[in-house]
Structure formats: C-alpha cells, structure tokens
Design a protein around this ligand. Structure first.
Ligand SMILES: [Zn+2]
Length: 499
C-alpha cells in the first residue's frame, strides 16, 4: 500500500515537471522579433566629404567647459559661432536666431501651421577638457580634427559635436532643396552642458515656458546604437533614452569625545561611521526586473542564446535569478536600482589621536522607482544610529519622468531608425548619465535621448577620454537619419510612424 502511494506521488511530480518544462519551453519559443518590414531609405546625394571637412574644422575650436563654472574662453566660443554662421548660410537665412546668455544658440523655423506642437532638436557644442598630460596618448592631436583611417578624430567627435553638425548638415540639406515644414522647429545648440547647463539649457527652457511654447517632443543626445554589447548577441541595438536617473549626495557625520589612542573606547567615530557605510553598501535599495528595464530587454531577448531567452520569457520562474545576475554587473546594476557610492571619507589629523569627528559622503543615483525623499528615509533606516547626523547636500534632484514609448513622436523616431538602420531592434531605455534635457521636463512630456552613433564597448572609454572619434560613414548615417527624422516629424501635421 505504502509503495503504491510513493509511486503515485512520484508520477504526479514527474507529470508536473513535464508540464512546467513544456510551458517554459513553449514560452521561450513564443519569443520573436517585432521589427517591422520598413523600406530602407538611402539618401545618396549627401556631400559627405564636405560634411566631414566641416565637422573636422568644428573640432579644432577649443570650446571647452571647465569646472570653474562661469569661466569660458570667450574668443574661442565666438569664433566657433562665427564658423557655424559662415558654414551654414541656408540655416542662418531661414531660421530666426537668438543668443541665450551669450553663447547658447536658439534657432526657430516657423512652420506653415504655427498652432501645431513644435519639434525641438537639441545638442551641445562645449566639450570636456583633455586631461593634462594625456595629449600625447592620442593617435592624432585632440584638437586637430584629423580625418584618417575612416574616422574623424578629436575631442567632441562623439560628444556632442557630431550630433550638432549632423543637425546642421541635415537642415542645410533640406533648405537647399526647398523644404517647408508644417510644424515649427526649434534647434538649440547649447554651450555649457558639460557643467550642468545652468547658463544655456536651463535658460532656453525658461524662455520657452515664459513664451508658453507648445513643444511636441525634444530630441537630444543620449543612447547610441550599441554594437557587441553581449556575447551571443548578433544584432546591434538602438536604445532610446526615455528617462534619466535622479541624484543625491548625503553627508553623514558623527561627533564623539576624542582621546588618546592608547586607551580606545569600544566605539570610535571612524569605526561607527565605517560600519554605517558598509551597511549601506551591503544593503542597497531594491531593484526589480520590471517596468522600463523589462521593456529594454524585450526587443533584445529573441537574439539571445537559448538559456537567456528561456529565463527572460519565464520571469515567473527565473525573475529572481535575473535580478541577482543583473545586480552583479555594475552597468546593469545601475539600470536595475538606485546605486550607492561612498565618495568621500574624512577623519583624523594625527596618527595617535582619536578623531572627534568623522565625516563621509555617499552619492546615490536614483532609479525612477525611488525619490530623493525615499533615499534619505532608506539611509536613516539602514544606518539606525541617532548619533550619526544625515544631511542632504545641494544639487539633489528626483529622477525624470519616463517618456512614453507609445507616443507618436517616439514611434516616429523608432520608424526613422528602422528606415536608416534596417533590422536593428529598438528599445526604450534608461539613460544612466545626465543630459541637458533634464531642464526640459516641464517643457514637454516627450524627451527622447538618442544619437545614431554606432558604439562598440571600447568606445565607452573614448567619450570624455583619449582618442575620441566618429566613423566617417557613421557620420553620413547620422546626417541621413536627421534628414529623415525632420521629414518624419515636421513635413505634415501628422507624425510619420510607419510606411
Ligand atoms: Zn554630451
């Protein structure tokens, strides 16, 4: 009798296992691409030599933003602006131009129907400095704009001069061919993005708010077309940044009686504060494989090796494993949760004196699921020590709202990517750094952070680093992309989202 029972239970278990595996495999096989059949658009009358030469010249201007906030080398910025003026006469005849705070250029081209929400294109022409002492490491001098080996080399080649020059080339191209937009177009070339955009972008945003301009969407620098991001992933993937993380630095301080280091008390300022920091580091805020992150993975999933596909299509079973795995890699961890980075620690003045004060700063990059307030609460609860004071430092900001990935402007951008870069999956994604678009969250609901720069893993280090460069061919694709994006978003009163 007992034996029969055991056999029955075993049989039921085996049956269950078969059903579950069947279900898991079925769901895995259900995964398929949703890349639409889009007709590839080839624009073959772009004068790429001339365009590359103009970008190359643009890279020679040292429009550097340095950490001393208000200091810019004005003559260099002035000559850069003069160079743009003389290189793109069509734009300067067609657009109205105003200088915002001296150096940010805001262009406006009134459409046939001024009542339509406007389209806005934004980028920045300031660059980060070349770290002193590293100039020699460059294959070609950083401000030479050398065109060689199929690339245009120089500081700003990716971030973000190729971006603004591809806008300029695209507009000039369309103007030369008699283009007339239905929708009003704004073009902002900002001058202080690398130091927070408080002079440029912030004031452009204020102007637009003051004038009650209705902006349908704003496209800005942001995510690239990422190539070779994962083993086993054949396709590049185009990511559109629809959100930016928030930011807060928290200062922790503890004061105690000091004393001689020969008879140390059980608790010392350094010991207590170190423990608190370690607590924060070991118990990060929750991250869930859900919402935007899940949307990011959806278009990539069909191309991944079987095991990944299986896990991603059966989150009910493997969700926890995926979260652990993503949390382990710094890059994906940053997309998963609010990150914790202890950045400063100060205590002590002499090797045999117990310090009376220890001070530390922890920097958090806030996931859209959390807020500044929640981070501060979390810090308090995790430390659980009244003797440690907690102070929120200046510059804190909540994460941006998440722009819709089903809005007409988003779909038009996605459609344009398919036209110029066929068979590349497009995914909404979170931008982990910050751009000038942070100032525009009240100006428009649709902030689309994307540059059609083809980026391989080793290009990461070139942005703000040594040997920054853009492929000449890729620059041609960028120009073609913006020509189409302008057409798809401003030619008629409708956004072109397919066909
Ligand atoms: Zn940038």
């Amino acid at each position: 009798m007992k034996k029969v029972m055991v056999v029955r239970v075993l049989l039921v278990l085996i049956l269950l296992l078969v059903i579950i595996s069947g279900f898991v495999i079925y769901r895995t096989l259900q995964l398929s691409h949703e890349i639409p059949e889009t007709e590839q658009i080839i624009i073959d009358d772009i004068d790429l030599d001339r365009a590359a030469e103009r970008l190359s010249q643009g890279l020679r201007y040292r429009t550097v933003s340095t950490q001393e906030l208000s200091f810019i080398y004005r003559p260099e910025f002035d000559s850069f602006i003069a160079f743009i003026e003389e290189s793109y006469p069509g734009i300067h005849q067609t657009f109205d131009r105003e200088r915002v705070n001296g150096y940010t250029l805001l262009f406006k081209w009134e459409g046939n129907d001024p009542d339509l929400p406007a389209a806005m294109f934004q980028g920045h022409y300031d660059v980060v400095p070349v770290e002193p002492g590293t100039e020699e490491n460059w294959t070609y001098p950083p401000y030479s704009g050398t065109i060689a080996d199929g690339f245009i080399w120089g500081r700003g080649a990716i971030d973000d001069k190729s971006g603004i020059f591809s806008y300029l080339e695209a507009f000039e191209y369309l103007i030369e061919r008699g283009y007339q937009p239905e929708r009003t177009i704004y073009l902002a070339l900002n001058h202080d993005e690398e130091i927070g955009g408080r002079q440029g972008a912030r004031n452009v945003a204020n102007l637009l708010l003051e004038r009650e301009v209705d902006i349908g969407f704003l496209t800005d620098e942001g995510m690239p077309i990422a190539e070779e991001i994962m083993d086993g992933l054949e396709h590049p993937i185009a990511m559109i940044g629809v959100a930016e993380k928030g930011y807060v630095s928290v200062e922790l301080e503890i004061n105690k009686e000091g004393g001689h280091s020969s008879m140390p008390p059980r608790e010392t300022t350094i010991g207590t504060l170190s423990m608190a920091i370690n607590n924060l580091k070991e118990n990060p805020m929750d991250g869930r494989f859900a919402g935007l992150l899940r949307e990011t993975f959806a278009p990539i999933a069909p191309d991944l090796p079987f095991v990944y596909r299986m896990a991603l299509s059966n989150l009910w079973l493997f969700g926890g494993i995926i979260e652990d795995r993503l949390g382990y890699i710094p890059h994906t961890n940053a997309a998963l949760r609010t990150t914790t980075a202890p950045t400063m620690f100060n205590a002590g003045i002499k090797e045999n004196v117990l310090p009376q004060t220890a001070r530390a700063v922890v920097n958090f990059r806030i996931h859209p699921n959390d807020s500044v307030e929640e981070v501060v609460d979390y810090v308090r609860q995790t430390i659980q020590n009244d003797k440690i004071s907690i102070r929120v430092m200046e510059g804190a900001r909540d994460p941006s709202p998440i722009s819709s990935s089903t809005s007409e402007p988003y779909l038009a951008l996605k459609h344009t990517i398919h036209e110029i870069f066929p068979n590349i999956p497009v995914a909404p994604s979170m931008f982990l750094a910050a751009t000038d678009s942070r100032h525009f969250t009240e100006v428009t609901d649709n902030l689309l952070r994307f540059r059609p720069v083809r980026a391989r893993p080793d290009d990461q280090g070139r942005i703000h680093g040594t040997d920054e460069r853009i492929g000449v061919e890729n620059f041609g694709e960028m120009i073609a992309f913006y020509i189409r994006l302008i057409q798809n978003t401003t030619r008629t009163s409708e956004y072109a989202t397919s066909g």
